[in-house]
Design a protein around this ligand. Structure first.
Ligand code: PGA
Length: 255
């Protein structure tokens, strides 16, 4: 399956970095570097408190704004949480769901990932659903089983039409923030498995159209090779998304 048929999505995941003032200055700089690069979709997934400042600067530009989490209830007594409709009203188009840091530190489970994904899709957001194996799981040779299971559980009760707004981010946990990137072959192999599982559930056309990103120490030096792989349709980028130059080189690699 050729990646040329799919438009890459390059998404920055800022994690817990940048105050609103820093975010405002950063996206102005980033916009200057990437404007006119129309060969991929560009997204910045920012801390919730940065959303107003960032959407204001990026309004009318081709850079879309994403959040890093969403609650699955529409409203109510969930102190500290943010609903999908709140994100939409604030101008957010994408949301990262089930990042391994949320699974590791904040009690995120396959079940809550599924609930959040459904809530995001119902509100009209595009969901970037993160899955990936730990080092221990890779060494035990169960990467395929782990990733397939996470994927199937995340997609319960999500139909083929809704899949148009789902991006799967394959992020091997051992490669996140460690500087250890999966080789392009390793990354592509798992992205191909993900596409196969999507095909088994939704059919060939949905699988062929599905956007599958790689994430985990993607940077200016390795992006071109990773993005050239047939089943990798973009990146979810942490550390390198905090530097306008590096992020812009990754955007170039996706053109
Ligand atoms: P990294 O993070 O690029 O810093 O490894 C990727 C991610 O966690 O989405």
């Amino acid at each position: 399956m050729s990646s040329k048929k799919r438009r890459p999505v390059i998404a920055g995941n800022w994690k817990m970095n940048m105050t609103p003032s820093e975010a405002k200055a950063f996206v102005s700089e980033l916009y200057e570097k990437v404007k006119g690069k129309r060969g991929c979709d560009i997204v910045v997934c920012v801390p919730a408190i940065d959303i107003p400042a960032v959407t204001k600067v990026l309004s009318g530009t081709s850079i879309k704004v994403g959040a890093q989490n969403v609650h699955f209830k529409a409203s109510g007594a969930y102190t500290g949480e943010i609903s999908a409709n709140m994100l939409v009203d604030a101008g957010v188009k994408y949301v990262v769901i089930g990042h391994s840091e949320r699974r590791q530190y904040f009690g995120e489970t396959d079940e809550t990932v599924n609930l959040r994904t459904k809530a995001a899709l119902d509100a009209g957001l595009c969901a970037i659903v993160c899955i990936g194996e730990t080092l221990d799981e890779r060494e035990k040779g169960i990467t395929s089983e782990v990733v397939s299971r996470q994927l199937k559980l995340a997609l319960i009760d999500i139909d083929a039409e809704q899949m148009k707004n789902v991006i799967i981010a394959y992020e091997p946990v051992w490669a996140i923030g460690t500087g250890k990137t999966a080789t392009s072959e390793q990354a592509n192999e798992v992205c191909a498995i993900i596409r196969k599982v999507i095909g088994e559930k939704y059919g060939k056309a949905v699988a062929k159209a599905a956007i599958i990103q790689y994430g985990g120490s993607m940077n200016a030096a390795n992006a071109a090779e990773l993005l050239a792989m047939p089943d990798i349709d973009g990146g979810l980028i942490g550390g390198a998304s905090l530097k306008a130059d590096a992020f812009s080189v990754i955007v170039d690699a996706a053109q």
